[in-house]
Design a protein around this ligand. Structure first.
Ligand code: GLN
Length: 547
């Protein structure tokens, strides 16, 4: 059975619990162990799919079509292990299942309570389908003391008790702030946080302390004494020059060694972190810089495009360049001349998005890229906007648009080049959608195959004519306009296997103009940059030599 490592957080949120979990997973892997990571989210949404990215950051999509927390993206990027629906659960989903079972009469007349029914459901989720790994790392969202979090902490406390100390480890991440006026680091918030954790019955084995500066040994001893752990189990987690340094630095600080000791493993093979060191060296010593404009919405919260930012960095790693991202609110292109903002750029990327606000600005950005021969990468909504642009300005279909905007505009476009597809096939199954369906969980979600045209730019980039990529969208490019668009230069170079859904468009005569209906950023990894991002950044490098 897998050994369980629970990762909790205290003091404040945003300390990087997801990253710490992912990095710990990577160090264990580097020692030859197999790992799997899971996230328990205490909020009441059934999944983050309906939450605004500006509140909750990006929605990460798994192969099996689950809309999950963005921490699962960190897990995949650091461990390369594809996550699934079984790796993220929310209080909302737990309650939904319990209430549905109660309505079916599944509890045979008993009173449904947080303990044991909710905690049992949480434990069942944690213990299900480990796939034979050596370690399951399980992160609890939020911070200790949050009211929603209590059933989750109670459930992992019970698991600790049931499985015993040689099967479970508790890692608690806290903050040791530096108080400028006192000129000192303060251990009190950590002490309070651990006190809170112990009051609900959990004694942490390891305390990982985020700090801006080195934590002196006396402070670590103090934390150890007050929090009832061994001094070597108080581990400093200092700020990192790049997040990809986390596996190396956390290992140097002793994190994985101490975790293994908790399980009584004293003589584990040392980790081979050379691949991570190599990534760090490349990130820190680039041979050049390219500037990429990301023209989108939700620009204030960078977490809304977490995987995208990472994938661009990976593209840079493939060419030894630093990718400088210029975040541009697309709405400005609806008022000003876009050239001023885009002239200096070596590549333009329009990412995924929803709704009419800012859409015309994205269309303007695609037009600029097409006309000025600047590399253009349209992802999902960014592909749809490029198709509208080409329909209007290459094919002369003046009122081309997306039916996504019909309600906002009060009328459907004359040429619905992007529209709702009501039916398509996946394997042997027919999938259907309707405009009146629920918003949650009803998009085209998860991995779908696509067939690429032999000899196309994308087939060359992938080195294959068959690919599988992850989707998250409701609307599709309208296949009925294929001939008209292709005869004007925009080629449909990737289609769903049934030929109904356009998956990729490209302009063969342009230096690099590609739109994809899926989200390639979700599968890019520092140790294995996604070919489309690597190729796009390669084109941006070529562009940087021209401007
Ligand atoms: N809003 C578009 C759709 O639903 C695009 C979605 C996206 O970019 N993820 O089809």
């Amino acid at each position: 059975m897998a050994r369980l490592i629970f990762i909790t957080g205290g003091v404040v949120s945003s300390l990087g619990k997801g990253l710490a979990s992912a990095a710990l997973g990577a160090t264990l892997q580097a020692r030859g162990y197999t790992v799997r990571l899971r996230k328990l989210d205490p909020y009441l949404n059934v999944d983050p799919g309906t939450m605004s990215p500006s509140q909750h950051g990006e929605v990460y999509v798994t192969d099996d079509g689950a809309e999950t927390d963005l921490d699962l993206g960190h897990y995949e990027r650091f461990t390369g292990v594809a996550s699934s629906r079984a790796d993220n659960v929310t209080a909302g989903r737990i309650y939904q299942e319990i209430i549905a079972k109660e309505r079916r009469g599944g509890y045979l007349g008993s009173t449904i309570q947080v303990i044991p029914h909710v905690t049992d459901a949480i434990k069942e989720f944690v213990m299900k389908d480990h796939g034979g790994v050596d370690f399951l790392l399980c992160e609890i969202g939020g911070t200790v003391g949050d009211i929603e979090g209590l059933p989750f902490f109670e459930a992992i406390r019970q698991l600790g008790n049931e499985l015993g100390p040689d099967q479970t480890a508790f890692v608690h991440l806290t903050l040791v702030p530096y108080i400028m006026s006192a000129g000192e680091l303060k251990t009190k918030p950590t002490q309070h946080s651990v006190k809170e954790l112990r009051s609900i019955g959990i004694q942490p084995d390891i305390i990982l302390c985020r700090s801006d500066i080195e934590i002196p040994v006396e402070d670590r001893r103090k934390i150890a004494l007050f929090c009832n752990v061994r001094p070597e189990c108080v581990i400093p987690a200092l700020n990192l020059d790049t997040i990809y340094n986390a596996p190396v630095r956390y290992h140097e600080a002793g994190l994985d060694t101490q975790v293994l000791k908790v399980f009584g493993i004293e003589n584990a093979p040392p980790p081979d972190l050379s691949r991570w060191q190599n990534v760090v060296d490349r990130v820190l010593k680039p041979e050049g810089t390219v500037k990429i404009a990301v023209v989108g919405k939700y620009m204030q919260v960078k977490d809304s495009y977490k995987s995208l930012t990472e994938a661009l960095t990976h593209g840079g790693l493939a060419h030894n360049v630093k990718v400088e991202i210029e975040w541009i609110e697309s709405e400005i292109f609806e008022k000003d001349d876009s050239a001023v903002y885009l002239e200096e750029m070596h590549g333009i990327l329009v990412p995924g998005g929803f709704g009419e606000r800012g859409a015309e600005g994205k269309i303007a950005a695609a037009k600029f890229a097409r006309e000025r021969d600047v590399p253009y990468f349209g992802i999902c909504f960014g592909m749809q906007m490029a198709v509208i642009e080409a329909a209007r300005h290459l094919a002369g279909l003046e009122d081309a648009g997306s039916t996504e905007f019909s309600a906002a505009r009060g009328k459907a476009p004359t040429h619905p080049v992007v529209c709702l597809m009501t039916e398509w096939t996946k394997g042997n199954d027919v999938e259907r959608r309707s405009a009146s369906g629920d918003l949650g969980g009803t998009m085209r979600l998860g991995a779908y195959d696509a067939i690429l045209s032999p000899g196309s730019r994308v087939a060359e980039i992938y080195g294959s004519n068959n690919i599988s990529e992850r989707h998250r969208h409701r609307f599709e490019v309208n296949i009925d306009y294929r001939a008209q668009l292709e005869s004007n230069g925009l080629v449909f170079s990737g289609l769903s296997p049934d030929g109904v859904l356009p998956e990729i468009v490209e302009i063969p005569t342009h230096p690099w103009f590609v739109g994809v209906q899926f989200h390639p950023e979700l599968k890019s990894k520092p140790l294995d940059p996604h070919p489309l991002f690597a190729s796009f950044i390669g084109a941006a490098v070529a562009q940087s030599r021209l401007v």
